[in-house]
Design a protein around this ligand. Structure first.
Ligand code: HSE
Length: 431
């Protein structure tokens, strides 16, 4: 039976899971694949650290260079989660003809173009299922299952930590900070949780999905990103009154001209939409292709076991690519798309929460500004308050561009009757 030697760089939560499950499910993998996947070397920083798995000491090195220098290693797994160091390791592996498997979403989002240019030049695949949505096979689905489709849209809950926080705020009335601590303790959050709560972890995943779907590496400065830090219990409550849930959504769309938009932000979605029932750390993606129509993916988007499931699938694919070389190196660039809609031109609907004086004429002033900018109001409510006191005024607005809306927010925020900075959250009605 053929054996493929693997070098594992990084033995954190996911690396330990990969080693554990490759060992535990070895017989199953052998039967299904018809070859053996052998971990030959593991590069890690601290050999003394307890990782909850028994690793034979002879496999361990503290230098990832040893993996590159071992000619018998044909596949390397990059799970160090670093930037420059991981990039050097990956490019070094590609130059030596070693197939790379990685879960490093930040690196792919920022250096995907360079990495895949090197992969194409050296004819070496790079696989990255674990970089997006943990255990959900979304990369393989877009790359292979939907190969014949123009992808018209992807809507994804792709940050488990944010979804966990929002869910706990709804279900248990927890504050933002307490819910974040829970998510960190459960091992869902990134080492630096700012990436989870400021939207950038989801944004990295959205860039990868969009790039794969549209065949060009989407520049991170062409996307719109906002995190969940500003969401309050009041917003959650008012959204519910209007029939909506609040989710951090990655939205990727192509228009009829072939321009694409990529954005990540808290979003009001109809409570009846299937994504509204995705709770806790779970991720979900709704993908619409021109042939397949609507599809839905659901699963755990973070954590040791689901993420290592994806890495193992990539290892199997990497070994299969060694047996039968192919011309798709994990990402096929093409020229059918290539432009991003400027952020100010992106169209959406909006929820607006104002804190205003409760006196006659206030609504007229707000409506006047919106009207002058050609922004329609689809619903409005103002909870009861004492005359003259500050009260919330909630509006849901019809479609407008980001640019129009920013002008409206500036003008409304400058009104004397508006007592606090207006709060705006985008609405997606999937129409
Ligand atoms: N920190 C990420 C999340 C997990 O919360 O979804 C890995 O991407």
């Amino acid at each position: 039976m053929q054996h493929f030697a693997i070098g594992l760089a990084g033995m954190g939560n996911v690396g330990a899971g990969v080693f554990k499950h490759l060992t535990q499910n070895r017989a199953l993998l052998r039967e299904r694949l018809g070859f053996e996947l052998d971990v030959k070397k593991i590069a890690l920083r601290d050999p003394k650290k307890d990782r909850g798995v028994a690793v034979p000491p002879e496999l361990i090195t503290t230098q990832w260079q040893d993996l590159l220098d071992d000619p018998s290693i044909q596949i390397v797994v990059e799970l160090m989660g670093q930037k420059e160091e991981s990039l050097r390791f990956m490019l070094g592996a590609i130059e030596r003809g070693k197939i790379v498997v990685t879960g490093n979403k930040a690196l792919l989002a920022e250096h995907g173009r360079e990495i895949f240019e090197a992969a194409t030049k050296h004819k070496v695949p790079v696989f990255f299922e674990a970089a997006v949505a943990g255990g959900i096979p979304i990369i393989k689905s877009i790359r292979e299952a939907f190969i014949g489709n123009h992808i018209q849209s992807i809507h994804g809950i792709i940050n488990g930590t944010s979804n966990y926080i929002l869910t706990r705020m709804v279900e248990s009335g927890l504050g933002f900070a307490e819910a974040l601590v829970e998510a960190q303790e459960a091992g869902y959050a990134e080492a630096d949780p700012t990436l989870d709560v400021d939207g950038w972890d989801a944004a990295h995943k959205a860039v990868i999905l969009a790039s794969l779907a549209y065949g060009f590496w989407v520049p991170t400065d062409k996307i719109f990103v906002e995190g969940v830090e500003q969401i309050t219990a009041n917003d959650i409550c008012f959204a519910k009154k209007l029939g909506y849930s609040i989710k951090l959504l990655g939205i990727i769309k192509a228009d009829a001209k072939g321009e694409i938009e990529v954005r990540v932000h808290p979003t009001l979605i109809p409570e009846k939409h299937v994504l509204a029932s995705v709770n806790g750390v779970f991720n979900a993606l709704a993908v619409h292709g021109d042939i397949v129509g609507d599809t839905l993916f659901y699963g755990r988007g973070a954590g040791q076991d689901p993420t290592s499931s994806s890495v193992i699938a990539d290892l199997a694919e990497a070994a299969a690519a060694l047996q039968a070389p192919r011309s798709n190196y994990g990402f096929m660039p093409h020229g059918l798309y290539g432009t991003c809609t400027p952020i100010d031109d992106i169209v959406s609907e909006y929820y607006l929460r104002l804190t205003v004086e409760d006196r006659p004429g206030v609504i007229a002033q707000v409506a006047g500004i919106l009207g002058s900018l050609n922004i329609g109001i689809s619903s409005i409510f103002q909870p009861e308050g004492d005359e003259g006191a500050a009260v919330p005024l909630i509006l849901v607005l019809h479609k407008a561009t980001h640019g129009q809306m920013n002008t409206a927010l500036e003008k409304i925020g400058a009104l004397e009757c508006v007592k606090k900075t207006p709060r705006m959250i985008r609405v997606e009605n999937f129409a």
